[in-house]
Design a protein. Structure first.
Lengths: 64, 152
């Protein structure tokens, strides 16, 4: 299986939202949550499907 | 304000009987030249007023930085439709969120711990605002938003 990281339009909308100019720290935390944490977990998702619930909790911002 | 907007404003507020007022450099659009027709300018119909308000709000709501970023986003996504000079940002799910107390309170007087907590709450609010936005059946982000797998 060939894994390809895909940035959806919704993902771009999040990172280009002008609300990030209000609080840069919040924007940094947001990008860490979705890029560093969720992006890393998603890379290993095909090999380890058991990561799906944890990834969904990360995407729901229930855990950080 | 861009030339596009200025021309739109001039078209909206020009006298429909005397025609367009030019590009503003010929002297036809000077206040003294428009003075005899000043009363006619108050007879704008509803459509002209709505158009003028639309362009005014479009300029206010779109700072040059966000406009530039949206253009970059459309270019990066392969969207070749550049005919619209003002890409819509009215669909941002965080538009109302930016006016809530969570984002309007100042953080300068808070301690480091409280600032960190506030920034985290803001980040979570932004993430959940995008998760609950329109046209997405799932209430929050899904793995397909950050990951795409395909078999050759």
């Amino acid at each position: 299986m060939e894994d390809v990281l895909f940035l959806s339009p919704k993902f771009w909308d999040l990172h280009t939202d002008p609300i990030a100019s209000i609080d840069g720290a919040a924007a940094t935390l947001l990008t860490i949550q979705y890029n560093l944490c969720a992006g890393t977990l998603a890379t290993y998702l095909p090999e380890k499907p058991s990561l799906a619930p944890l990834l969904q909790r990360v995407l729901d911002f229930e855990v950080s | 304000m861009s030339t596009f907007h200025m021309r739109s404003f001039q078209t909206c507020f020009s006298d429909p009987e005397s025609g367009p007022q030019g590009d503003g450099r010929t002297g036809a659009g000077k206040p003294e030249a428009l003075a005899p027709n000043a009363d006619k300018r108050n007879t704008l119909n509803a459509a002209q007023r709505a158009t003028a308000c639309f362009y005014l709000l479009s300029c206010v709501r779109r700072p040059s930085l966000s406009h530039h970023l949206l253009f970059l986003k459309k270019t990066a996504c392969g969207d070749s439709d550049h005919s619209n000079p003002l890409p819509s940002c009215n669909m941002r799910p965080t538009r109302e969120l930016a006016q809530t107390s969570l984002f309007t309170q100042r953080s300068e007087a808070l301690s480091i711990l409280e600032r960190t907590r506030l920034s985290y709450e803001r980040a979570r609010a932004i993430g959940r605002a995008y998760g609950t936005c329109i046209r997405i059946p799932h209430p929050c982000y899904t793995s397909s938003d950050v990951f795409f797998s395909s078999q050759p």
